[in-house]
Design a protein around this ligand. Structure first.
Ligand code: GDD
Ligand code: MG
Length: 427
């Protein structure tokens, strides 16, 4: 892949936010004895073999809640071969067991292509037991892992960590353009190859998001949610640095990836607040002089790099309606509004903005009870793995061509059975 060498930088303490990188070539070929990643200073060439090397260490988490099976299958087919696939599903199990259908698709995908995958249902009580036993009850609600995309992502990070992967990326399951998923995952790998710190993140924005308007296709540049979230995140960053900025272009990036050392140290927010909150967490803990419990010496010394890539493929996903979009926008604004580093002036601006948008009581609209979960680094991984294998009947390690384990822990009976599907599953 050939893309802009990230040269513009916005700094906040140890956090570097790079300017948006553009993709010049989706496939820039192999390395031809050219060891330098950069030509001149403005273009980075990440040879094919370098992408593969990084992807061998990468897990791709697909969070999925009642998406069309055809779309999920397209997404699976697009995840580059070396990546481990992790399906975290919150799909319905009754009256139709959609989860069993998804697992069947994953199993077939792995069998045909000699791939490996981990699958689990987010609401499996055994998964909740594993978190509780591992000293991480925070994510539970009524004895199960709480609903929500953020929570699904955290389950995915936990599984990526158990599988010993160095990087974890996310791709939504409701994508109509499988080729775009390949581009996202290649962009993740390209920037991880460029990264100069163990604590890095890659966030995707799109050149266009096509919509059908009056019967024809319109390639809109920005979604309504992103536009608002980015504006207020940039205002917040500007308040913290003292310089106006437009650096943040990926406040809502559902398609993004992190190095495991960073993923395990971040706090996450529930539901759709998760992506903007990742940035806010970095601002809160590393970007200000506030007395926060966390600044770890190693993170401070090596720094955190945030890459942003504008991909070539259009982002074409399921339309979930205006109410859903509005809810997501409020979730993002509320995390900015609630942040301890949000200056009162910015809170007023958010209120004003919502009033202009026709919201009568902005404070009430911004009160959403978003949960913020502590970093996953405190999880006792051995207990987690043991309980997961013992109790989570929907959990399975699908590994082809051999029945090898993906998670390396003391031997326990395999929960996956090729003929009957996940144990305890009557489908
Ligand atoms: N495991 C799990 N659990 N997955 C979920 C849940 C859940 O509770 N809720 C939603 N998902 C899955 C969906 O099935 C989909 O694959 C993905 O998470 C994204 O959810 P969508 O409902 O499709 O969100 P969106 O398309 O409106 O928004 C996406 O893009 C935004 C940026 O434009 C999301 O990725 C947002 O998080 C992102 O901010
Ligand atoms: Mg979607």
């Amino acid at each position: 892949m050939r893309l802009t060498f990230p040269y513009q930088t916005e700094r906040l303490g140890p956090v570097k936010v790079y300017g948006v990188q553009h993709v010049f070539e989706l496939d820039s070929g192999p390395s031809l004895g050219d060891t330098s990643l950069s030509w001149g200073t403005t273009v980075a060439h990440i040879p094919y073999n370098t992408l593969v090397r990084v992807q061998r260490q990468m897990a791709i988490v697909v969070p999925c809640r009642d998406e069309r099976l055809k779309l999920l299958e397209g997404v699976l087919a697009a995840v580059p071969h070396e990546c481990l696939v992790i399906l975290v599903s919150n799909s319905q199990r009754e009256p139709v067991d959609r989860y069993a259908m998804e697992v069947e698709s994953v199993e077939r995908f792995c069998r045909f292509n000699h791939r490996s995958a981990l699958v689990v249902h987010q609401r499996d009580p055994g998964l909740a037991d594993a978190f509780a036993a591992a000293g991480y009850p925070h994510i539970l609600s009524d004895g199960r892992v709480a609903d929500g995309k953020g929570e699904g992502m955290m389950v995915g990070i936990a599984l990526a960590s158990l599988a010993g992967r160095e990087y974890v990326g996310f791709v939504d399951a409701d994508n109509y353009v499988p080729g775009s998923v390949t581009e996202y995952v290649n962009a993740y790998a390209a920037d991880f190859a460029l990264a100069r710190t163990p604590y890095s993140m890659v966030r995707i924005c799109w050149q266009s998001k096509p919509k059908v308007v009056d019967g024809s296709l319109f390639f809109s540049r920005w979604g309504r949610v992103s536009e608002t979230t980015n504006r207020f995140l940039n205002l917040m960053l500007a308040e913290l640095t003292g310089f106006g900025t437009e650096a943040i272009r990926t406040g809502n990036a559902g398609e993004h990836a992190m190095s495991l050392p960073l993923a395990l140290r971040l706090r996450f927010a529930s539901g759709y607040a998760v992506e903007p909150f990742e940035l806010i967490d970095l601002f809160e803990r590393f970007g200000t002089a506030q007395d926060h419990p966390m600044p770890e010496a190693d993170v401070m010394r090596r720094g955190i790099e945030i890459y942003q890539v504008e991909t070539r493929n259009p982002h074409f996903h399921e339309d979930k309606g205006d109410a859903h979009i509005e809810d997501m926008r409020l979730a993002a604004l509320a995390t900015i509004f609630d942040s301890e580093v949000c200056p009162p002036r910015l809170r007023d601006e958010i209120r004003e903005f919502l009033k202009r948008e026709g919201v009568d009581d902005p404070d009430a609209a911004l009160t959403r009870g978003t949960a913020v979960y502590p970093p996953l680094e405190t999880v006792d991984w051995e207990s987690f793995a043991r309980l997961l294998r013992d109790r989570a009947v929907t959990f399975a390690e699908v590994a082809y061509p051999d029945d090898n384990r993906i998670i390396d822990t003391p031997p326990l009976p395999l929960t996956w059975n090729r003929r009957t599907g996940p144990a305890g599953d009557s489908a």
